[in-house]
Design a protein around this ligand. Structure first.
Ligand code: SDX
Length: 393
């Protein structure tokens, strides 16, 4: 019987900000980056070119792209003293915990690019974050498996460099398979930006206080870690493994439909898409390609995933609630086939999404009127009342 305020928040729009970077039509299942459909970018472009598009609004000329790629390549190393940060964690720390810590610590090592009022420093911070995230993610992985850190190389592409830093060891030469590098690059592209999702909104909100870009991106990484958001790719593969064989699928579909059961189909459903997530469609095609190339085309997990999708989409519960596979449904299958442990799935999502966070951060800073600012609430608590001494309670 709490007294309840009636309160007009004074606004009707539900939009938290305006933006020119990414457009999603959830009903049609469309995703555009600066007007270009995601399937065209995934098929014809590559991650650093998409980074340029997201950051600057247009596809680069050959010269612009060369300068941009060279700039990113030459920022891939970390300050050598940051190695100590990794060693401060337990070996079994989740790589996302390491990424949150190390990216936040970049504020202390790169304070010459933390003054957000200086456009040049904003540019340098953007390049540093995009360039160093693969090194941070790869070193978090190396630390977790007790192997020595592998330094970035300037002769490798962005995706090949990440694979090399993850899987090369000093004991023998590791040659990056160009097909795996292409698949890795496509996964980066498919996760690059996604409008005002929870982690991007976190970065924008943190930035609205004037916090430095490294601290804001660390906040975005923390938010992405959740299983309802970026952690879903890890949760989805673990779910598919728990299901095991296709004959177990009906039981799990029944559980997902049971309101008394907290179980949900990981990799299914979306706050915005009420149709197929276009990224999932491209990811499913990539899964077939990569697994064929890796000689694991008969991957039982992929078979279970496809059968689960088929049975779920034949069930009115899912179709009436407009629940379709999202970007996380197939990505874990590809990443595991490439050799990554499930704990590296969300760090790879974070690595990919850094350009989205940074682009949206810069967009907000370039238009002070576009700040998320301070969200308001609808107060439903007690009306004012007087304190009661403990002996009278
Ligand atoms: C990402 O925002 C972004 O753009 C995020 C992202 C990005 O690129 O940044 O796209 C990345 O986070 C993708 C989503 C990854 N998460 C998962 O796959 C986790 C599983 N999905 C659910 O947790 C869920 O679908 C959400 C959180 C994604 C959306 O939840 P909502 O907003 O409740 O979904 P909804 O409103 O469409 O749900 C409608 C109904 C609800 O039941 P009712 O209240 O109507 O009875 O469907 C149910 C939900 O309970 N439902 C599910 C379900 N997802 C929603 N039931 C079973 N299994 C599911 N997966």
């Amino acid at each position: 019987d709490a007294g309840v305020f009636t309160y007009d928040p004074g606004f009707t729009s539900t939009a938290s900000c305006d933006s020119t970077i990414t457009f999603i039509d959830g009903a049609k299942g469309e995703l555009l980056h600066r007007g270009y459909p995601i399937d065209q970018l995934a098929g014809k472009s590559h991650y650093l070119e998409v980074c340029y598009l997201l950051l600057y609004g247009e596809l680069p000329s050959a010269e612009q792209l060369e300068i941009f790629e060279s700039t990113i390549t030459r920022h891939t190393m970390l300050h050598e003293q940051m190695v100590n940060f990794f060693r401060g964690f337990r070996r079994d720390a989740h790589p996302m915990a390491v990424m949150v810590g190390v990216v936040g610590a970049m504020s202390a090592f790169y304070h010459d690019s933390t003054d957000i009022s200086d456009p040049y420093q904003r540019e340098v911070a953007s390049h540093r974050l995009i360039a160093k995230m693969p090194t941070i993610a790869a070193w978090a992985y190396k630390y977790s498996v007790g192997q020595p850190f592998v330094y970035p190389r300037n002769d490798l592409s962005y995706a090949a460099n990440f694979l090399h830093m993850c899987f090369a060891v000093p004991a023998e030469e590791y040659v990056v398979d160009p097909i795996l590098a292409r698949a890795m690059d496509r996964i980066f592209t498919l996760h690059a930006d996604h409008e005002q999702n929870a982690s991007t909104s976190t970065v924008r909100l943190a930035s609205s206080s004037g916090a430095n870009p490294f601290a804001c991106v660390a906040a975005g990484i923390a938010c992405l870690w959740g299983p309802a958001h970026g952690g879903a790719n890890q949760a989805c593969l673990e779910m598919l493994k728990e299901i095991g064989t296709p004959d177990q699928i009906p039981e799990y579909i029944a559980r997902a439909k049971d309101k008394n059961d907290p179980f949900r189909l990981m990799g299914f459903g979306h706050r915005v898409y009420k149709n197929f997530d276009p990224r999932a469609t491209v990811m499913k095609q990539s899964a077939d390609e990569v697994l064929d190339l890796l000689g694991v085309e008969n991957n039982p997990i992929l078979a279970t995933a496809k059968e689960l999708e088929k049975q779920a989409l034949a069930d009115p519960y899912f179709t009436e609630k407009k629940l379709f596979p999202n970007v996380d449904f197939y990505s874990g299958i590809i990443l595991e086939a490439m050799g990554f442990p499930t704990s590296m799935f969300t760090p790879i999502f974070a690595l990919s999404r850094t350009v989205g966070w940074v682009s949206q951060w810069k967009e907000m800073l370039n238009d002070p009127q576009n700040k998320i600012g301070r969200p308001r609430q609808l107060y439903l608590g007690n009306t004012q009342r007087d304190y009661v001494d403990i002996e009278n309670r």
